[in-house]
Write a protein of this length. Sequence first.
Length: 175
Amino acid sequence: MSLKAKVPLITLGLMAALTLSGAAHAANPLEQIVNQGVEKLQQRGNERSNDRGSDNERYSDRKDDREHHGRRDHHGRQDNDQHNDSNTSCRDERSLRSVQGNVHTSMKFVNRTNHEVRSYWLDYNGRRVFYKAIPPNGNYTQPTFQTHPWVITDQRDNCLDIYVSNQPSAVVEIR
């Protein structure tokens, strides 16, 4: 067979290989869905950050890392968010969870209220894991990952807000 006759076959073979290569990358639809969801949430968070001048973003995706092992689960949380009807992120809490992440960040929680508030990490199963009670006008810095949501509650564990950072470090002011 001459080289001229082989060129279309070689081209066809390369096209088939590239198509199969693309199919291999698309073979995990769950990963694609999660990535698309994360991108949408990051975009929405960036828009909110620009509107509010904040480095914080609301979050709704999932999984765990070693940093969180050994913390106790908090099973006594209340699932009733009627006290805070305007806060969609609290209403979405049941569908949120951490996603395995490798981008480190830190969040400084600043309590500007006259009451104690509490911080919880949402684990890979979407359960609250208690981290810290923050006294009135107190603060603390929490190392975390960009794919990990944090719930801030009042003293009765009613959700006040949910945060995730899309920056190397972020400050969350609780009012």
